[in-house]
Write a protein that binds this ligand. Sequence first.
Ligand SMILES: *[C@@H]1O[C@H](CO)[C@@H](O)[C@H](O)[C@H]1NC(C)=O
Ligand SMILES: *[C@@H]1O[C@H](CO)[C@@H](O)[C@H](O)[C@H]1NC(C)=O
Ligand SMILES: *[C@@H]1O[C@H](CO)[C@@H](O)[C@H](O)[C@H]1NC(C)=O
Ligand SMILES: *[C@@H]1O[C@H](CO)[C@@H](O)[C@H](O)[C@H]1NC(C)=O
Length: 329
Amino acid sequence: MKPSFLAFVALAVSWYAEAATYSRTESLFGQSFLDAFSWQAIPDPTHGRVDYVDKSTAENDGLYSVSGNTLTLRADNGTVLSPSGSGRKSFRLMSNETYTTHVAIFDISHMPEGCGTWPAVWFVFILYIDCTNTVHEVGQNWPNEGEIDIVEGVNNKVPNQSTLHMSANCAMPSSRWMTGTSLLNDCDVSTTGNQGCGVHLSANDNSFGPNFNRNGGGWYAVERTPTHVAVYFWERDCSAVPSEVKDPGNSVDPCTWGTPVAFFPSENCDFATHFGPLNIIINLSFCGDWAGSVYSSSGCPSNCVDYVNNNPAAFANAFFEFNSLNIYQ
Ligand SMILES: *[C@@H]1O[C@H](CO)[C@@H](O)[C@H](O)[C@H]1NC(C)=O
Ligand SMILES: *[C@@H]1O[C@H](CO)[C@@H](O)[C@H](O)[C@H]1NC(C)=O
Ligand SMILES: *[C@@H]1O[C@H](CO)[C@@H](O)[C@H](O)[C@H]1NC(C)=O
Ligand SMILES: *[C@@H]1O[C@H](CO)[C@@H](O)[C@H](O)[C@H]1NC(C)=O
C-alpha cells in the first residue's frame, strides 16, 4: 500500500473515533439544572388551557423545588379556575444554551400524568440573532431551523412519540434502523398539518405516562449529528442500559448503545439547510391543539377545559422530576 493511502486510512479511523465520542460539557442536576434554564411566561402557541408563569410566581406558588439532586417542576394543583380567567399555572423552561452536534441524556423519574395533560421535552430554535444583530422573537423562524420532539404525548395514553417538525423538502426513508414505528415519513409541517414525521415508541409501554412513573421512569437520550438524529429510551430497571447512561461520566459513545427507538437520517433531508442551533424546552400544557382535540377519545371525563378548570386535585401528579441532564459535545 502506498504510504499516502495508509495515512488516509489512519486519518479516517481517527476522524471516525473522534466523531463517535463526545465529551461532557454540562452536568446538570438539582439547582444547576434549574439555573441553566429560563422561565418563559408566554402565551401557548398551541392554544392550551395553560398559564406559563415566570420564575418568581413559580417560586411563590411552589411550582418548582430542588431536593438534593432532584428538580421537580409542577403545575398548580390547588386552584379552581374561573372559565373567563387564565389557564392552569404551569412551566415552560428553555435552556440558555443552544446545541448543534451533541448528545443529551435526561434521567427522568416522573413525568406529568393526568387527563388533559400534554407534557413534552423537546428541542426548538427559539432565540436567534442574525448576522445584522437582529434578535428574532420566540418561534418566529419556526420551523426553518427544525424541531426535534424527544418525548411527547397527551392524556396519559395516546401516542407517546418522537417527532421532527421541519420545513419543506424533508422526508424520512420508510425503512429505518429503529425499534419504533413510523407514522408519517414527510417531516414538512406545511403538508402534514404540523404533524411532522413521528415515531411511536411502540416497543415499550413503560416509556410514557402512568406506566413510566410506576416503573420509576428511565433515561431518554438524543444524539444529533450533521447526518442523523437518534432518540434512545431505557426504562429504569432495564438491564441493557449502557453504564455511561446510567452513571454519566466524562464521555459517551452512542455507537455502542444499540438500536435507537427513533432514527431520523439526513438522506432525504439536508440537515445543513433544515437545522439550526436548538434550545431545549421542557413544558407542560393542558388541552390545546393536540390534547384537547383527542380528549374525549382518550376516555377522559367531561370536556378538557372544564376538567382542567374544575379539578385541581386531578393534577397532583402533573409534575416532572429530573435526576440529571448531561450534555456532551
Ligand atoms: C439563564 O438565563 C436566566 C434568565 O436570563 C438567568 O437568570 C440565569 O442566570 C441564566 N443561567 C446561567 C447559568 O447563566
Ligand atoms: C408545549 O409543548 C408542545 C409540545 O408538546 C408544543 O407543541 C407547544 O407549543 C408547547 N407550548 C409552548 C408554549 O411552548
Ligand atoms: C405508547 O404508544 C404505543 C403505540 O401507540 C402504545 O402501544 C402504548 O400503549 C403506548 N404507551 C403508553 C404508556 O401510552
Ligand atoms: C400540590 O402542589 C404542592 C405545591 O404547590 C405540593 O407541595 C403538593 O405536594 C402537591 N400535592 C400533591 C398531592 O402532590
